[in-house]
Design a protein around this ligand. Structure first.
Ligand code: URA
Length: 239
């Protein structure tokens, strides 16, 4: 991954473009022992040995972020018309070119993992791995016991696809319009379409768990953080 020296330095928080220009001019940046004074020069933080003001540059290969996705953002790296979840990231994180692991609809909120680790992303999204995705769902009207049994056993979606076994539970026994549903697949609009087969309508959808990873209740909508070492090792064990 090659990028301009001035971009790398400003992304890493070494000040404005002007500050970075000054730092470079003063000879404060070297790549493989060679002083880089021209900010346009490209460096590869994964391969080159970079030193800023005598300190080696810590540049990691992989980044793992957990986001509480807000409504109004599409789960993609680029979109012609819509804001994407990548737009939420700070430059020092987007520089690693993370992408969302699996998709949440534009109006779905909740747990979204972003990484540039393609192998882990594949492990978590491959249907063969049967990774649980758990959602909190608010519905337009009540779910009956019959609905629960049907949804758990598999329903035929509008395109003829029969869903695999799922788990459906009422969040509390006195409110039958709010359920948890856990599925191990990720077809387009799957949860919404599953409830549609029962003549119901999802009015709010939030992902609260993916495999061993839970949505952090302290993470406000539209914010994110790096995975903790424990979270990451749990995800890796799932491989
Ligand atoms: N199912 C849906 O219908 N939408 C999502 O965003 C995720 C699962």
């Amino acid at each position: 991954m090659c990028l301009r020296a001035d971009k790398l330095l400003s992304n890493m928080g070494y000040g404005s473009r002007k500050d970075v220009k000054k730092l470079l001019k003063q000879g404060g940046f070297t790549a493989n022992g060679e002083t880089i004074k021209d900010g346009k020069k490209h460096v590869d933080p994964n391969k080159d040995t970079l030193v800023i003001m005598g300190e080696p540059v810590e540049y990691r290969e992989f980044i793992y972020l957990i986001m509480n996705k807000p409504k109004g953002y599409v789960s993609a790296t680029e979109d012609k018309n819509e804001a994407t979840v990548i737009d939420i990231l700070e430059p020092e994180d987007s520089i690693f070119q993370p992408f969302p692991v699996g998709r949440l609809d534009k109006d779905t909120t909740g747990l979204l993992l972003l990484t540039n680790d393609g192998k882990l992303a594949h492990q978590l999204t491959s249907p063969k791995k049967k990774v649980d995705k758990m959602y909190l769902v608010d519905l337009d009207h009540s779910v009956s016991q019959e609905d629960i049994v049907a949804l758990e056993n598999g329903v035929i979606l509008d395109d003829g696809y029969e869903t695999k076994p799922a788990k459906v539970e009422l969040v509390d026994e006195y409110n039958s319009t709010r359920v948890y549903i856990t599925i191990q697949e990720g077809k387009y609009h799957q949860v919404k379409r599953m409830f549609q087969t029962r003549g119901n309508k999802v009015i709010r959808l939030e992902r609260i768990r993916m495999g061993p990873l839970h949505l952090d209740p302290t993470l406000e909508l539209g914010t994110y953080r790096e995975l903790t070492e424990d979270e990451l090792s749990m995800l890796m064990q799932n491989e």
